[in-house]
Design a protein around this ligand. Structure first.
Ligand code: XMP
Length: 517
């Protein structure tokens, strides 16, 4: 396995993705772990990530010295290269000019890291690599034992290596797709240089995870809050595979779900997979508590609180339960990890069932803790969950509660559900669903005048929202074809009595957010 030490770059998680794509297991930890941790980890290789600092300003942002004493290969990327140079006796200097964007460099042809990787050969017969740069500082003097393995006019030492010790470093970012041969560089590093095998595969993972869950819970009972979202669904399917009827899922219908969502969850889990699911219809309770509440944050709090209430009441009916299962995934684990790099990340918390384990005196079972979202999806398909469920757009915990502006009423939720289903149907039919990251309808509680047939109407407005994004921190509105938007609007106005106007949201994030509340 590979140890990745994070110096706070925005793209560190991509390094882990690239390594796992090579079917090699890896873990990401803050750079300021101890020497003992590094020695005990048992890495076949170490990768030092990029980061926002400058090595000569942030003197305590260094890799644990043990990294260079393990006797395993090390790959430094961007800041990782600079700290490697600084720690091993080279020299790093700031430069007035930042280099940002595509760059071409001439790679050495006799290094394992770039073996057979040149993208093109120039007129003079020189091999060339297209890479992505983003740095201010650079290495100006090699540490003893190193040689240059790639450079260009503006960055003469763009890559360096001490191959006897297995130390490699690159100033560019091989983890981003803009570096065309980046994937292959990771393949060279983990397979050729670190000699890792192809051990990380989904079928292999299922067997391992099943064995681990069985060992962990023994004959105990486990409960899980099933939301219908990807993470809790895959966790349920995996745990059920491991322990069958020792698992009980609680599915709370808060009245703010999408059209037919409850039926679909019951059909997939209870009927098809044979999972024991308790379906609680708590619509009346949620609607009652939301009455008269218009503030978005207040609505979120109420929905979160009522969920805990309902879930707890159900859990108390299962006194034999010792474990609470949750669909925590690796990015959640990384974000809540400690270390100096924590400050460098933007932290977003989604503690939908926060506080539950304490009050219920249950131990936590989190079988997806090591997986990235796309690995979770792959696992879900391998476990027999329907593709549409596993590749569904994200849906917020408070559901339609934050898509009905202002006060939530059952009447509004019913209208919105139907409008939303039409929008999603048409997106799928036009092959646009998978091209957008998130798409949905929003209910606006304002009435406008329309005309239908010979009559005047005075009804509500629905807004359509569709965005494209990588990380949901920034997003662009999707340029859906006008004909598709027209068709959706027509169908909603004709089929959903109570809506006589449809608008399309063309705001980006920032400054708008994806959800309207
Ligand atoms: P915003 O609206 O902040 O949304 O641009 C970014 C992503 O987060 C989701 N979101 C939530 N998810 N509880 C959740 O579980 C929430 O309260 C919540 N608010 C927003 C949103 O759907 C989008 O994917």
């Amino acid at each position: 396995k590979i140890l990745i030490l994070d110096f706070g770059s925005q793209v560190t998680q991509l390094i882990a993705r690239r390594v796992r794509e090579q079917q090699v297991y890896c873990e990401l930890h803050p750079f300021d772990v101890s020497d003992d941790f590094v020695r005990a980890f048992g890495a076949s290789g170490v990768i030092l990530s990029g980061g926002p600092n400058s090595v000569y300003e942030a003197e305590d942002w260094r890799a644990p010295q043990a990294v260079f004493e393990l006797g395993v290969p090390v790959l430094g990327i961007c800041y990782g290269m600079q700290t490697m140079a600084a720690q091993l006796g080279g020299k790093v200097e700031g430069s007035a000019k930042r280099e940002f964007g595509y760059a071409t460099l001439v790679p050495a042809t006799d290094t394992k890291l770039f073996r057979d990787l040149a993208d093109t050969v120039d007129a003079a017969g020189q091999p060339q690599l297209e890479v992505w740069m983003s740095h201010g500082d650079k290495v100006v003097e090699l540490p003893p034992g190193f040689r240059v393995i790639g450079g260009n006019a503006s960055t003469p030492i763009a890559a360096m290596a001490d191959e006897a010790r297995g130390f490699y470093a690159v100033q560019f970012h091989p983890e981003v797709t803009h570096t065309i041969k980046g994937r292959d560089m990771f393949a060279r590093f983990v397979h050729d240089i670190c000699a890792c095998g192809n051990d990380w595969t989904m079928p292999g993972y299922i067997d391992e995870a099943v064995a681990r869950i069985r060992e962990q819970v023994g004959s105990d009972e486990v409960i899980l809050g099933l939301s219908g979202g990807v993470d809790s669904s895959v966790a349920a399917a995996l745990i059920h595979r491991a322990i069958g009827d020792q698992l009980t899922c609680v599915f709370v219908d808060n009245g703010l779900l999408r059209l037919n969502e409850a039926e679909q969850v019951m059909e997939t889990f209870a009927r098809n997979l044979g999972v024991r699911v308790i379906h609680v219809d708590a619509t009346a309770q949620f609607m009652g508590h939301l009455q008269g509440v218009a503030d978005p944050e207040a609505k979120r709090k109420i929905i979160g609180r009522e969920f805990v209430e309902v879930f707890q009441a159900e859990a108390q009916k299962l006194p034999a339960a010792r474990w609470l299962a949750q669909g925590t995934i690796y990015p959640d684990v990384i974000e809540s990890a400690g270390g100096k790099t924590k400050k460098a990340h933007t932290i977003k918390s989604h503690h939908n069932v926060g506080g539950l384990p304490e009050t219920l005196k249950l131990s936590l079972l989190e079988p997806l803790r090591e997986l990235f979202k796309d690995e979770v999806r792959e696992l879900g398909v391998a476990l027999g969950l329907p593709r549409e469920m596993v590749y569904r757009h994200p849906f917020p915990g408070p559901g339609l509660g934050v898509r009905i502006l202002g006060e939530v009423k059952k009447e509004f939720a019913d209208l919105l559900r139907r409008a939303d289903a039409i929008f999603i149907d048409e997106l799928r039919a036009a092959d646009w669903y998978d091209k957008t990251s998130q798409a949905f309808a929003v209910f606006l509680p304002v009435k406008s005048v329309g005309v239908m047939g010979d009559g005047r109407t005075y009804e509500y407005v629905v807004a359509l929202r569709a965005v494209e994004t990588q990380d949901f921190m920034t997003a662009r509105w999707a340029e859906l074809p006008h004909s598709l938007l027209g068709k959706v609007a027509n169908r909603i106005i004709n089929e959903v009595r109570g809506i006589n106007r449809v608008v399309y949201d063309i705001s980006g994030k920032p400054p708008a957010t994806i959800e309207w509340e």
